[in-house]
Design a protein around this ligand. Sequence first.
Ligand code: BDR
Ligand code: CA
Length: 318
Amino acid sequence: MQKTPVIMDVDTGVDDACALLLAALDPTVDLRAVTCVGGNTDVDQVTRNTLAVLEIAGREDVVVARGAQRPLIERAVHARHVHGDDGMGDLGWVHTQRDPDPRHAVELLRDVLGAATEPITLVPTAPMTNIALLARTYPEALRGLGRIVFMGGAAQRGNATASAEFNVFHDPEATAIVLDVAAERGIPVTMYGLDVFYDPTVTRAQAKELIASGGDTARLAGELIEFQCERFGSEQATIGDAGAVCAVIDPDGIGTTALPVRVELTGTWSRGRTIVDVRDWSGDLAHDPHGRADAMVDVALEVDARRYADLWLSTVDP
Ligand code: BDR
Ligand code: CA
């Protein structure tokens, strides 16, 4: 079977945990490494959560490294109001005997990408601090990158603020650096942002079925969904970051449009917004003092939500 070599960069995180389960268990994904960054919670907790999820999935073989604890310029914020105090819904799953790799995430990325004999797909589902640091510290390592599929940004909406999505808002400079470097080097980038992020959902009833089915990964997956249903008072919850992994496994499940994207780095109300240029009249562009953004990104604007939710459900309950 043809496997896609993948590195994930995460801030685990309830929905990062959903994404890790999928990447760890899907037979078409060759998960080469996971790097951790501060985001939903602090980087030490993120690292413990990540190790715990991989252990539950029986993937102690996957190397995990701790990365940046705070963004390049911003102070660290967190999203414990969404993900619970331990970042994993305070469900009691965070036990691990394993230590992370002694290398910093940036060094692990350098080594794994440097050793790659085939292009690796990088899947950041977190603020892109580690990736920006990699690009500036070991740019030669980017030769090992085949493409980037990241969760972040949006053409139409925000969540951390009315304008900006959390991962980009958390470290806007990092996202700007990564988009720039990818454009310079011709690395294809897919943005799995808020335009599609909330659509693939699992119902509370399906979560209960997962929990009842007995396997550890299914129980964890079910409890993560149930936690979100409780927290948001809803009968269904998104698989969130796991959708970005679905986009690697089953790219035909999203509809993308190649569009110029910039990150707003100033802006009183809009810092961290991804400005997705959907204009289609060249006359506007010719008179635009900013010119067209260099970064062309495949922006996911549509998703076959049922297809991705089913992919996730069938994989986490093997
Ligand atoms: C993103 O922010 C985090 O809270 C989630 O894990 C996801 O990566 C959604 O905006
Ligand atoms: Ca995340």
